[in-house]
Write a protein that binds this ligand. Sequence first.
Ligand code: FES
Length: 356
Amino acid sequence: MFGLFKRQPKEPGIVRIEPLGIELPVPGNQSVLQAALEAGVDFPHSCKVGTCMACRSRLREGKVKAIRDFSYVLSAEELKAGYILACQAKVAPGERIVLEVDIDSQRPHHPQITTQGRIAAQLPLTHDIVEVRVALDQPLAYTAGQYAALRPAHIERAREYSFAAAPAAAGDRELRFFIRLTPGGQFTGWLFEQSRVGETLEITGPGGDFWLRAADAPLVFVAGGSGLAPVLAVLEATANAGVTRDAVFLFGARSQADLYKLDAIEAIAARWAGGFRFVPVLSHEPPDSGWTGARGFVTEFLAAPTVPDLAGRHAYLCGPPPMIDAALAVLATAGVADGHVHYDKFLDSSSLGLKA
Ligand code: FES
């Protein structure tokens, strides 16, 4: 008689994550955090064992089963307000919960300061991009991907430039920037006229929302022209941290003469803990130059086979607006969630020849 009854597989629990608007199953053997990370969701986390509170989120609907009592870590007020720890929460089969996550909880919180610095080096990278190294009067802490505003004393308006290197562990006293000559630009006109080593600059920073979010999903980076600066800083910081996420890095330029920092990219590729693929793409390289690499607009390569499994990747883009807009359209068509795309637009498209 017993053989007549067939056991029905249980429906997994479901979590809806707001404000991302992502809904996914939570298998019975996984925490909400595990399920979210496996699905490539940018869920704030750190310890994964219920001590750091990074995964603290508010339960708006439904019930969870606590793996470890939340009251060890969360206050009575937080518990009353419905907060839980996603790394210590399971969802019963058939149950549907709605969780509200503070996506910005990973946001860097460095104090913004204004300080003075001196140009310590001015190194040409291409015919129209220089690397400027600034020695600071006081340390300035930042997260890779952020920027600072620079202003020489005789110029009224400061210009914003991304840090081009990973920050030193104990606050930087030397900052690096890649600065492209902007035709008619007061600041860059002054900078490119002659060597400005020894000149004083006022620096205010850090600022900006372009920084690597903690997650387990594979990555794709796209940079164009001087947009390499924040991408290089993020890549360097990520390699230093030993992150094992698979990454593809597409770097768009007009010609071989416009490619720069290839040695630094090679060094990052060599010590990247996961898979790493670097693909330079040239849009205006003479046909007879002997270049055997990719030709065309960088966003044309934002697809398989150059970038496998694009839909599941988190994307970080920096470059001129036409490149960013084209990349956003490709990523949207591929099904990459908006919350997994981060970008910084540089208003310097005139010499890149990147398509709209
Ligand atoms: S990730 Fe640290 S408490 Fe959940």
